[in-house]
Design a protein around this ligand. Structure first.
Ligand code: NDP
Length: 328
């Protein structure tokens, strides 16, 4: 029998955690034949609610779930972790400046990175969901010098999935017909969903759409501001779709992208496409055998260049801010 894979989830008692844990335990993260052990990491105030979620997980009697541990100590939570989903973060509250937000999150992600460095399994894969996700991932990565930097990733898969869905609607196609869409840059309002290399049923998406005003005025803002639209409609932030994207991100990373397609992941830049090395920025990537590679050789037109550069500029400013705070 296979040894269980240790999956650590932080912020486990939050609403994304609630939408995520049952899917991990049922085999949707890693595969229907892969047993898992869950570690729920919470802050002290979240422990009791995490225990309640663990009771419900027990009551599902998932055959693949081989154990649940709950802790508020990152050194325990990441011990032997093979996959870590960093969901818990300090949300931006009214009147909070970006510097305060970055500092508060530094207090969470720096010790978590250090605990991953000291205690995680050698094959650890990290996905940061908690915002500001790219820069939180950078903070954790910088605190884990013994872990290969490429194991730290940030989630832009929800943006990718949102873009797929909007493009399918516009072109009257199904999401299953769309390939090679890309989210570039930061998981923020500056992100750039790029359809210039995308294909709808084998034809170039930008040529089918053939409407630059729709791209600038409808598509890009709809994808970038979807989170706010959901809060407005639901009265609460997106949770099930964020959890779904986290499942997709890790599943693709571990099990690979389909032939002829790619996905979007926030990953440490190697300098490709003019993105300064080390910034955790979203790129088009293919995955195979548990590793990802940036898709090379794409032609970037002026429309795309300006938008990629603006988002990357924001990432550089966030990096400079956390550097000035001594967080990296
Ligand atoms: P959620 O579960 O709704 O969200 C968690 C994080 O995910 C937030 O930072 C949120 O950012 C981010 N996020 C990323 N993408 C999305 C998306 N598309 N939609 C919504 N959120 C997104 O938060 P809750 O407040 O319900 O739960 C957070 C939990 O984390 C609490 O239980 C808290 O106790 C715990 N926590 C744990 C920590 C730890 O383990 N050390 C540290 C801090 C908190 P945004 O706010 O920008 O939407």
């Amino acid at each position: 029998t296979r040894t269980p894979v240790n999956v650590t989830v932080t912020g486990a008692a939050g609403q994304i955690g609630y939408a995520l844990l049952f899917r991990i335990a049922s085999g949707q993260l890693l595969g229907a034949d892969v047993p898992v052990k869950l570690r729920l990491l919470e802050i002290p105030q979240g422990l009791k609610a995490a225990e309640g979620t663990a009771m419900e997980l027990d009551d599902c009697a998932f055959p693949l779930l081989r154990g649940i541990d709950i802790t508020d100590d990152p050194n325990v939570g990441f011990a032997g972790a093979n996959v870590a989903l960093l969901v818990g973060a300090r949300p931006r509250t009214k009147g909070m400046e970006r510097g305060d937000l970055l500092e508060a999150n530094g207090g969470i992600f720096k010790p978590q990175g250090a605990a991953i460095n000291a205690h995680a399994a050698d094959d650890i894969k990290v996905l940061v969901v908690g915002n500001p996700a790219n820069t939180n991932a950078l903070i954790a990565q910088a605190a884990a010098p013994d872990v290969p930097a490429e194991r730290f990733t940030a989630m832009t898969r929800l943006d990718h999935n949102r873009a797929l869905s909007q493009l399918a609607k516009k072109t009257g196609s199904s999401v299953a017909d769309i390939k090679r869409l890309t989210i570039w840059g930061n998981h923020s309002a500056t992100q750039y969903p790029d359809i210039f290399h995308a294909e709808v049923a084998g034809k170039n998406a930008a040529e089918i759409v053939n409407d630059e005003a729709w791209l600038s005025d409808t598509f890009i803002p709809t994808v970038a501001k979807r989170g706010a639209a959901i809060i407005e409609a639901r009265g609460a932030s997106s949770a099930a779709s964020a959890a779904n994207a986290a499942i997709d991100h890790v599943h693709t990373w571990v099990n690979g992208t389909a032939e002829g397609d790619w996905t979007s992941m926030g990953i440490p830049s190697d300098g490709s496409y003019g993105v300064p090395e080390g910034l955790i920025s979203s790129f088009p990537v293919t995955c195979k055998d548990g590793k990802y590679e940036i898709v090379q050789g794409l032609e970037i037109n002026d429309f795309s260049r300006g938008r990629i550069d603006a988002s990357v500029q924001e990432l550089a400013e966030e990096r400079d801010a956390v550097r000035a705070l001594g967080l990296i």
